[in-house]
Structure formats: structure tokens, C-alpha cells
Design a protein around this ligand. Structure first.
Ligand code: ZN
Length: 464
């Protein structure tokens, strides 16, 4: 019965002469209902609300016919990871596809916001609320797409899995668990992430480009410490922890890590260069054609927006030294933050720094536990599917794969050997992006224009 009604409504919705707008389709209404419900749940670390959110989604999936055995909620501390299997008929004889999103959000303080953060509100242009972009939009769209496809009776030719994490913004323990400890997911051919990349619009709403996140650099900080026996400041000596550490830091400043590239980064510069034009655009095109072209890579190194795509970078970000104004320093410590090009290990960079500082007395300590992940080189079938979805909305917009500085679930899946691309339904002006910040919002047009995004992609990749 439900199927017949929705089919009728969908048919009506697709007939332009009738006054049934896209907002009234069953898929639009269900998507909005899910979005609203999810935004209303403060799934912030420490508040223990993620299990509630997963239970709500599980009810929605069950209602349209997903079997209990295909819905799995895995508790981990106060949060959970969630796996939903959309069983295919296996005719493609291909491994499953994973669809990623995170259910948790960054904290938002009621008193600092203009509107209640954990309630979906709107004016005539925007939806407001914590998670409207990061990442409850992704969870909503992936979930409502599964529901829609199931109601349509769509039978994929291979399995698809939703893999929703519950602490992406903090410890990523559920991410590590889903990426490494679940045999049904480990077998995946690749993963599509809803939580990075997306389309850029200019201030007039014109589409500039659509970005697919295909890699993350390794984020790591090192602490460099030099100790000294110190003494009275009235009796200065040539050996001095602050001077010596300063010299070491200037050596780091002057060091250039070797130029690196992959098929993905060359494609990035080829497309960006053509788009941008001018002298910088030419340097990009030249680099894409021949990454050993030193003139081109030197030019790109002077651009803070592009240097990171051509090499590993390290920069000093913090200093602490000395203990009294009238004493020679007994120690000096600097924090050096590096963004490492995929394929280079954290230890390699540590050894390089040890050589570059030219002072064997400096101790170098790696902070935290950095995650090294490979580049996911582009695949024609995935790029064709995303092109179909994106061009249905913005017919000519360029689609560009890029590497970012690390921080999404994707790195753990890539590290586990599952190529991952982030390709969400979002299109917006980057100046209006307030993810993690105050008054997070999403253009209402983006919500409705993106309703078919995942269906187009998934039908293209798993349809007959
Ligand atoms: Zn996120």
C-alpha cells in the first residue's frame, strides 16, 4: 500500500504541470523528518545520545523492510557504531560498497547561538542547527536514500552497507572499529564518504567546482627539546638552549621537502590550472604535465593554498623556553606541526627533521598517534557516477579530486585498505560554511536540490 501511494506521489511530483513541488514528494518529506529528528538529538561527546539516534534510524529502516539481521548497532563506551546492510542479488559478483557518515556532532552552547542549536529552525533561505552540514545532512541523505530505494523495490546487484560512526569528532574509536574489526565491511571494494568535499558556489549561487576528497595528508606534531645545564644570566656562555633551538628552527624553515605527486594530484592541478588560468594557472598546468619541472613546483610552493598538494610541509607553531628572566635557560621546546604527503612515513619525516636541525642534542618526540593513509586514486566508474549526479544539478561544473589535511573517517578506511572518496550532496558558498562553529546552517535550496544525489550515484554503481 505504501509503495503504491509513494509511486503515485512520485509520478505526480515529476509532472511539471501539477502544483506538487519537490518539497512535497514522499522522499523529500521523509528526508526532512529524519533531518529534523537528528538535529534535535544533541549527539555531542559526553551526552550519550548517539545510541538514541541509532535506535531511531534502526526503526525507520525496519519500517520499510530492512531485516533485523541487517541492522547492527555496536556499542562502544557511551556511543555506538551502526551498520545497515542493503542486500543485493549478487549478480554483479562484486564486493560491497560502503557509505560513510558520522552521527556525532561538535558541542554547541545554547547561550552563544542566535537560535537553539539542537532544534532544526529555518528562515526563508537557510536551515539552522548543529549538524545541518556536519554531518547530519550526510546521515539524513544516506538514510533516506536507503529508505527510498527499498520502498521503490530497488534491488542492487551487490551489497551496500551504511557504516555510521559515533565519535568522528573526538576519539574515532568507532571509526577504527568499523574500519578494522568488522569482517562484513573489511571485504568492501571501496567506500563513499558523505563527510568532506562537495560543491562550491560563488556569492551569486553560481557553481564553481565540485570537489571529491580522495586523500588525506598525515597530521602529526613533533616536540623538539634542547636541554642545558643553565646558570646565572650574568654569566652567559656560548651554549644556550634558546639560541641553539632557534638555529635549529631556522634550519627547518629553510628546508624544502622533496616535491611529490600522484595521478590524483596531477589531475587536480591540470583541472585547477585550466580553470584558474593566468600565470599561476600556467604553473599548475606545467606541473601537471611534468611534476619534475622545478620552475612550476617552486611557483606552487609560494602559494599557501597549493604548497601542501606538492610536498610534505612542517612548520613551527609553538615555543616554550626558560624558567626565569635572570637565568640561563635549562630547556627550550618547540612544537613543529607537519602535514605529510601520503606514502611517506611519520618516522621518515622525524629522521629528516633530525638531520635538518644539525644538532644531535635535540630530542624529537612524536605527539599522539598519527594515522598514515594512502591516496585513493580515482576510478572511472565512481567518477562517472558522481559526474552524473552533480551534472544533473549543475551541468557543466568541473569535478576535481583533492587531498586534504586529515581529519575524517576516510583516513581509517583508506589505511585499512579500502579506497575512499568523499562526495556529498552539499553545494554551498564556502564563506557560509560554519561547520563546528556558531549558527551552523545549510541553504534550504541545497537540501532539496541534493535529494536525488545519492540515488543517482548508487543506482549507477549498483543498478542493472
Ligand atoms: Zn564531519
Amino acid at each position: 500500500m505504501i509503495n503504491i501511494i509513494s509511486l503515485t506521489l512520485l509520478l505526480l511530483a515529476s509532472m511539471p504541470t501539477l502544483a506538487v513541488g519537490v518539497k512535497d514528494s514522499p522522499h523529500a518529506l521523509k528526508s526532512l523528518e529524519i533531518y529534523k529528528t537528528l538535529i534535535g538529538m544533541p549527539t555531542v561527546a559526553g551526552r550519550g545520545k548517539v545510541p538514541e539516534m541509532a535506535a531511531y534510524l534502526a526503526r525507520e529502516f525496519r519500517e520499510v523492510g530492512f531485516k533485523d539481521e541487517d541492522i547492527n548497532i555496536i556499542p562502544m563506551g557511551e556511543t555506538v557504531g551502526m551498520i545497515v546492510r542493503y542486500k543485493g542479488d549478487g549478480t554483479a559478483a562484486k564486493k560491497p560498497i560502503l557509505l560513510l557518515g558520522h552521527m556525532d556532532v561538535v558541542e554547541a552552547l545554547d547561550k552563544d547561538w542566535d537560535r537553539p542549536p539542537f532544534e532544526l529552525t529555518q528562515d526563508d533561505k537557510y536551515f539552522y542547527g548543529r549538524g545541518t552540514i556536519d554531518n547530519k545532512l550526510g546521515i539524513t541523505m544516506l538514510s533516506s536514500t536507503f529508505i527510498r530505494l527499498k520502498k521503490e523495490g530497488f534491488m542492487p546487484n551487490r551489497d551496500m552497507f551504511l557504516a555510521f560512526t559515533g565519535d568522528e569528532e573526538t576519539g574515532m574509536l568507532t571509526t577504527k572499529m568499523l574500519a578494522n574489526e568488522r569482517p562484513e565491511l573489511a571485504n568492501a571494494e571501496y567506500a563513499l564518504n558523505s563527510d568532506a568535499g562537495g560543491g562550491d558556489l560563488d556569492a551569486n549561487g553560481k557553481a564553481i567546482a565540485y570537489l571529491v576528497q580522495a586523500a588525506e595528508k598525515t597530521y602529526v606534531s613533533f616536540e623538539l627539546t634542547l636541554r642545558n645545564k643553565g646558570g646565572h644570566s650574568s654569566r652567559p656562555r656560548p651554549d644556550n638552549a634558546i639560541y641553539e633551538l632557534s638555529t635549529a628552527l631556522l634550519n627547518i624553515r629553510d628546508y624544502h621537502f622533496p616535491v611529490m605527486w600522484s595521478d590524483m594530484t596531477r589531475e587536480f592541478f591540470k583541472v585547477s590550472g585550466t580553470q584558474l588560468g593566468g600565470e599561476l594557472g600556467e604553473a599548475m598546468t606545467a606541473f601537471a604535465a611534468d611534476p619534475t619541472n622545478k620552475k612550476a613546483s617552486d611557483r606552487l610552493e609560494t602559494e599557501s593554498s597549493y604548497v601542501g598538494t606538492t610536498r610534505t610541509t612542517c612548520v613551527t607553531t609553538m615555543l616554550k623556553a626558560g624558567h626565569a628572566e635572570n637565568a640561563l635557560p635549562q630547556s627550550a621546546t618547540a612544537t613543529v606541526n607537519c602535514r605529510i604527503f601520503p606514502g611517506i612515513s611519520v618516522d621518515d619525516v622525524k629522521q629528516t627533521l633530525a638531520k635538518v636541525v644539525k644538532n644531535a642534542a635535540i630530542e624529537i618526540v612524536t605527539l599522539d598517534s598519527p594515522v598514515e593513509s594512502p591516496i585513493s586514486e580515482l576510478r572511472d566508474d565512481v567518477m562517472a557516477a558522481v559526474k552524473k549526479a552533480v551534472h544533473a544539478r549543475y551541468p557543466k561544473v568541473e569535478i576535481i579530486a583533492y587531498m586534504e589535511s586529515g581529519g575524517t573517517d576516510g583516513m581509517h578506511f583508506r589505511k585499512a585498505g579500502i579506497p575512499t572518496w568523499a562526495l556529498p550532496s552539499v553545494f554551498m558558498n564556502p564563506d557560509e560554511m560554519f561547520a563546528h562553529g556558531l549558527n551552523e546552517r545549510l541553504p534550504i535550496k541545497t537540501f532539496y536540490d541534493g535529494l536525488d544525489h545519492w540515488s543517482i550515484i548508487l543506482k549507477d554503481l549498483t543498478g542493472k
